[in-house]
Design a protein around this ligand. Structure first.
Ligand code: NAP
Length: 225
């Protein structure tokens, strides 16, 4: 096991990633925006926590500077919803830009800042947490405008970045965690956090350089773009 970096690690799927990776023996460098939350109860020698707001270049730079010198896995997990099922007339451009900034550009900032620490002889894996709601083919119900657009943009950033990164032995996977019971997913979600993260870990485990840029659900199913 090596060193894993997780963003948005204080609650929800991010905290579950931390718990499962620690259990497996990884050293984990975890980012929280303002409240350490569940990270408190996971405290151990192998867990290092640091403030990180993916919207702020200064915060991302400080986070990356303090990170371990060699990183083997980056899970870009931090994300926000947009006030689901809003009508066209309700789209708020300021909030839409904020959602785009956090969900699409945030992970790119983190990759840029950590890139030098991910470039080494061993394969480094980067998991980008997208959503089935990013899929243009699957967009039957519409709505959730900014959230959908932000995750579609994240998918394209990732596919575009993979071209350069393959040369540096870095492989990306674009993950849909399923509809999961978290504060974002809500109580009606059919998938529990442990099941989602176990599935995503298995996908990441099998990732090679040749697979870089695939869009995959937590249970291993390939998704339509
Ligand atoms: N749950 C689902 O059904 C589902 C489905 C598809 C995709 N996803 C994706 O899975 C990821 C995790 O979702 P979740 O369900 O675990 O959501 P969640 O429980 O709402 O957790 C979101 C996490 O992201 C962090 N975050 C938000 N903005 C941030 C920022 N600017 N900088 C740093 N951290 C920030 C939050 O920190 P704070 O505590 O500070 O707010 C929190 O730790 C997201 O990318 C989401 O889009 C979830």
């Amino acid at each position: 096991m090596g060193v894993a970096v997780i963003t948005g690690a204080n609650r929800g799927l991010g905290a579950e990633w931390v718990a499962q990776l620690l259990e497996e023996g990884w050293s984990v460098y975890a980012g929280y925006r303002s409240d350490v939350g569940r990270l408190n109860s996971l405290a151990c020698e192998k867990l290092s926590i640091h403030q990180l707001d993916v919207q702020s270049n200064d915060s991302v730079k400080a986070f990356a500077d303090a990170a371990p010198s060699q990183i083997d896995l980056l899970v870009n997990n931090a994300g926000v919803a947009d006030g689901r099922w809003r009508n066209l007339s309700e789209i708020d451009d300021e909030w839409a830009l904020e959602v785009m900034d956090i969900n699409a550009l945030g992970p790119v900032r983190v990759v840029q800042a950590l890139y030098g620490k991910m470039t080494h002889d061993q394969l480094t894996k980067v998991a980008m947490t997208s959503s089935l709601m990013a899929s243009i083919d699957d967009c039957e119900m519409g709505r959730s405008y900014a959230y959908r657009a932000s995750k579609t943009a994240l998918n394209m950033f990732t596919v575009a970045m993979k071209k350069e990164a393959i040369e540096d032995n870095i492989s990306f996977v674009i993950l849909h965690p399923g509809w999961v019971k978290t504060s974002m997913g809500g109580d009606r979600a059919p998938v529990e956090m442990p099941e989602s993260v176990e599935g995503m870990r298995a996908v990441v485990e099998g990732l090679t350089l040749n697979d870089s840029g695939k869009f995959i659900q937590y249970d291993g199913v390939d998704l339509p773009w």
